[in-house]
Design a protein around this ligand. Structure first.
Ligand code: FES
Length: 169
């Protein structure tokens, strides 16, 4: 199980873990920015790049957490525009425009950003981008890191530099 020892950019008030690693108190939901990029130290001593995105759906804020760096070729995925594909909220990588579902971590569309590209790439993949857990409780946003199994984005999760633009820390 992952243990969070240290993290940058958030208040340090971790609570004991349950299933997916330590609960990290990120901050007050009313004052947090729409995008938050964190570097979270894991048991191995390496820092994982994790981003939290706030998405308004039906007048309610939802929080999604994912590995910041794109599984495909190491782009700064978490800088991407949000899009909706078949009702699924996605983030579109600014490098090759793959669209990744924030609900599942699937690539749901690829190509040139207009859904044009090899037909096979328009079919949802399995999980390619690691998603973590971000949620709000009593007005506070929390994060839990998942590191079970292997997800393709793990290959880039700890890098300090990315393809294309850097994350805005
Ligand atoms: S690096 Fe993200 S789509 Fe290629």
């Amino acid at each position: 199980m992952n243990v969070l020892k240290r993290y940058q950019g958030v208040q340090a008030s971790a609570a004991p873990s349950s299933s997916f690693g330590t609960e990290i108190r990120v901050g007050d939901a009313k004052t947090l920015p729409r995008r938050i990029h964190l570097r979270v130290e894991q048991e191995s001593g390496r820092f994982r790049n994790v981003s939290i995105l706030r998405v308004a759906q039906g007048g309610v804020n939802k929080w999604f957490a994912l590995d910041s760096i794109c599984y495909h070729a190491g782009g700064a995925l978490a800088n991407g525009e949000l899009s909706v594909v078949n009702g699924d909220v996605c983030v579109k990588c600014p490098v090759h425009f793959f669209e990744i579902s924030l609900a599942t971590g699937f690539r749901v569309r690829a190509g040139n950003g207009k859904g044009k590209g090899p037909a096979a790439m328009q079919i949802p993949s399995g999980v390619v981008q690691r998603m973590h857990e971000a949620y709000e409780r009593d007005g506070i946003v929390y994060l839990r890191i998942r590191d079970d199994g292997y997800v393709e984005s793990d290959a880039y999760a700890f890098r300090k530099s990315f393809l294309g633009s850097a994350l805005d820390w």
